[in-house]
Design a protein around this ligand. Structure first.
Ligand code: 0WD
Ligand code: CA
Length: 380
């Protein structure tokens, strides 16, 4: 049958089916009403400076400056001379979020609390980027993922593990791809100022250690979520709505010249852009369309709430409801399977395109990711 969600033996009618240890990622399974997703609320923020040091404040916030209509930004400028790249070999896991939690624990206390066994009133703590991967899974045909899950004091922590394929790709990245990764950051520098009353400084250094991250709280059906995501900039108008509604995501993309390119943009790029910004409630994406030489030829703003309209005419296109229902069912699956409350136990959820999600359990392994300082802090 096409709606085979949980794999069950067909020879035992009228019996409750055995619980499956796997989860389907087939789109048809998740075509149902859009699940409840509460308006995300910003509960705090943090900054990472040019040396990747953590600060419990918004010092790295940047401000959006509207560009000219056809700006002709040169995204290649500074690649050789003014580029400081974050060390991708350092795996930070959830460390920055955990530092933020420790620094802000008093304001996170749940209302009916002093319940020592559940000091954090969240079911899940993770990066926004990990949730984006879950949202796009039913439509992903190229890259699988590995998500490590630890249950500690009743909360489920989700931290990505780099797959072997992703590691190989990173280590064998062609020079052209390396340069194109810089283009996205360079675009941010052309578009953002450091304060409300200054202008962008394209003569400066691009340092990808620097980041401003929002921490938001929300609920997906019965899953209480706390996650953090990097925010590129905010509306500089003092009359703009409070975060996250004043935040803006910046993207670069190849200019669209043919109907085929437009269709691919709708089917693949807008899916990723929508998922990433919908999660934290960031309402706008500003896209710089660039040519092959890295010159921005046009800038266009996309309202996240209108993207489902933009793609409506695309045949066999992605659906927001499928993304959200899959994420919701994955989180239910994790809650059901990751039962042992132990900071040194990792449930490693694994997915490859065209397959179901599976998992394995690891004790005191290289996958353990909750640091001792965090366990001590939360346990005391
Ligand atoms: O441990 C890991 N596997 C990851 C850690 C994967 C992804 C992110 N991170 C951490 C980093 O500490 C980073 O500061 O998360 C932070 C960003 O979190 P996020 O917002 O949840 O990540 P995501 O939505 O995937 O990416 C947002 C931006 C990217 O912008 P674009 O426009 O390209 O989507 O964060 C940057 C990038 O600029 N970014 C990263 N920064 C540091 N480490 C990483 C990364 N691994 N991936 C994307
Ligand atoms: Ca961006």
């Amino acid at each position: 049958p096409s709606n085979h969600h949980l794999h069950q033996s067909s020879s035992t009618p009228r019996q409750t089916p055995p619980r499956s240890q796997t989860l389907s990622t087939r789109r048809e399974v998740y075509e149902r009403d859009f699940p409840l997703y509460k308006q995300p609320v910003e509960v705090g923020c943090f900054s990472l400076d040019s040396q990747r040091r953590f600060f419990n404040d918004s010092r790295q916030m940047r401000y959006y400056v509207e560009p000219e209509r056809s700006p002709s930004f040169d995204l290649r400028d500074g690649y050789r001379e003014r580029y400081v790249k974050r060390d991708e070999n350092v795996k930070e896991k959830l460390d920055h979020i955990l530092r933020w939690i420790v620094a802000n624990r008093s304001k996170l206390k749940s209302k009916l609390t002093t319940n020592a066994s559940c000091p954090l009133d969240f079911d899940f703590v993770t990066w926004r980027g990990h949730l984006t991967k879950l949202l796009t899974t039913p439509y992903e045909t190229r890259e699988g993922w590995l998500l490590a899950v630890t249950r500690f004091n009743g909360t489920l922590y989700i931290s990505e593990v780099e797959t072997e394929a992703a590691c190989r790709e990173r280590e064998n990245r062609p020079e052209r791809n390396k340069e194109m990764m810089y283009w996205g950051y360079k675009f941010e520098q052309y578009m953002c100022a450091d304060s409300t009353n200054s202008t962008p400084d394209p003569s400066g250094v691009v340092n990808t250690n620097e980041a401003f991250c929002t921490v938001v709280q929300t609920r997906l059906t019965d899953h209480k979520l706390l996650f953090s995501g990097e925010v590129d900039c905010r509306d500089r108008d003092p009359g703009a709505p409070p975060p996250p509604a004043c935040y803006m995501e910046l993207k670069t993309s190849a200019e669209i010249c043919t109907p085929k390119q437009r269709s691919n943009f709708h089917r693949f790029k807008l899916l990723k852009w929508w998922a990433q910004s919908f999660l934290p409630g960031v309402p706008r994406v500003v896209a710089g369309f660039r040519d092959h030489d890295g010159t921005v030829v046009s800038v266009e703003t996309f309202q996240i709430s209108k993207i489902s309209q933009v793609i409506k005419n695309e045949y066999n296109c992605w659906k927001p409801t499928v993304c959200m229902n899959f994420c919701c069912d994955f989180l239910s699956f994790v809650k059901r399977e990751a039962t042992e409350d132990n900071p040194s136990v990792v449930y490693l959820f694994s997915w490859e395109p065209h397959n179901d999600v599976t998992y394995s359990v690891h004790r005191d392994s290289r996958y353990s990711f909750l640091p001792d300082w965090y366990i001590k802090e939360i346990t005391r």
